[in-house]
Ligand binder design. Structure first.
Ligand code: SF4
Ligand code: F3S
Length: 107
């Protein structure tokens, strides 16, 4: 199993999650982060750190977010590792909680 970043990270990218990951398994795209399922050790530390509540254990990903399991696996092989916290995206607070953000996912 692994942890999974889901839709509410899109256009927010707060990056608090990165700070606590002991195995550096977060990867960064233009407006979204993903977790490499082959690197994640299920330590659970990142889940409560996300201000957008975007991180779930794989077996707790909501039904309408299931496609993000494959997206984390796919995009983590393509995007570079991120190991240090950086500023959230400029309008992160406005986008936090908005629905249907997957249409804005930049790959
Ligand atoms: Fe990293 Fe632990 Fe989160 Fe997996 S559960 S992404 S190992 S902080
Ligand atoms: Fe995204 Fe939450 Fe991390 S918004 S960058 S999963 S802290």
């Amino acid at each position: 199993m692994a942890f999974v970043v889901t839709e509410n990270c899109i256009k927010c990218k707060f990056t608090d999650c990165v700070d606590v990951c002991p195995v550096d398994c977060f990867h960064e795209g233009p407006n979204f982060l993903v977790i490499d399922p082959d690197e994640c050790i299920d330590c659970t530390l990142c889940e409560p750190e996300c201000p957008a509540n975007a991180i779930f254990a794989e077996d707790e990903v909501p039904d309408d977010q299931q496609q993000f399991i494959a997206l984390n696996a796919e995009l983590s092989k393509k995007w570079p590792t991120i190991t240090e916290v950086k500023g959230a995206l400029p309008e992160a607070d406005d986008w936090n909680g908005k629905a249907n953000k997957i249409q804005y996912l930049e790959k």
